[in-house]
Write a protein that binds this ligand. Sequence first.
Ligand code: SF4
Length: 177
Amino acid sequence: MKKKLTLATLWLDGCSGCHMSLVDVDERLIEVAEIYDIVFSPLVDAKEFPENVDVTLLEGAISTDEDVEMVKRVRKSTKTLIAFGDCAVTANVPSMRNHFKLEDVFKRGYLETTPGNDIIPDENIPKLLEKAYPVHHFVHVDVFLQGCPPSADNIFYTLVEIAEGRTPELSLRTRFG
Ligand code: SF4
């Protein structure tokens, strides 16, 4: 029997929609579980990102100092790093704030749209970077899996291709196929 690979999944500045699409693989999750051991994920109870992970699906943009620390740790411990979804690939939705000064983003988020609140919190929370960045701004990415979210078919295809030792050809695959 072929040795199983290890798989990690996580999200940083993402909405979890890409993970919802992973779950949409539906009954093919059984095939995924036959190929991969999930060692770190919101779907399993692991607290620390492990070492020597074969494949990581990383959802979300990089938006805080903690995200930067995490993406570097993930890169160091992962053989094949997949930028999972458009927020990881391009910074997508989180980068909508990049057109504005950080100060104005805080004012909008905490004061103007929150009646009765006059505090912008600055303690015990991750420090927001001046801009939201795609994953490849900080670390090398092996596979860019596009889509907002990527389709379940494309996620399944990517995981199987990597397990078979092939590079997934995603350039012509759309959100729907
Ligand atoms: S790519 Fe789309 S679905 Fe995935 S985290 Fe970003 S906004 Fe959510």
